[in-house]
Design a protein. Structure first.
Length: 82
């Protein structure tokens, strides 16, 4: 029961120790890195736009409409002369 708990890992509770990681606890370098990481990864508030239809804006309909308008605006000057 004790062995089968972790599938595929007979006889080892912890991974083998690596020579390049002699300290099991956080080192001073880790703390320094953590400061840098926290400084470089500040939380950001993302403002989500909601469409009137309840979906994220632009919803597929709006995207389609925009595309149509864009295309229409492009040929407007040419096609309007007819
Ligand atoms: Zn919509």
């Amino acid at each position: 029961m004790d062995r089968d708990d972790r599938a595929g890992r007979p006889g080892g509770d912890h991974p083998p120790e690596r020579p390049d990681h002699p300290e099991p606890l956080v080192s001073a370098q880790d703390v320094e890195d953590a400061d840098d990481i926290l400084f470089a990864h500040p939380p950001r508030v993302i403002t989500r736009w909601l469409c009137g239809c309840g979906e994220d804006y632009p919803c597929p309909d709006v995207r389609f409409a925009r595309l149509v308008r864009a295309v229409h605006a492009t040929d407007n000057g040419v096609d309007d002369s007819r």
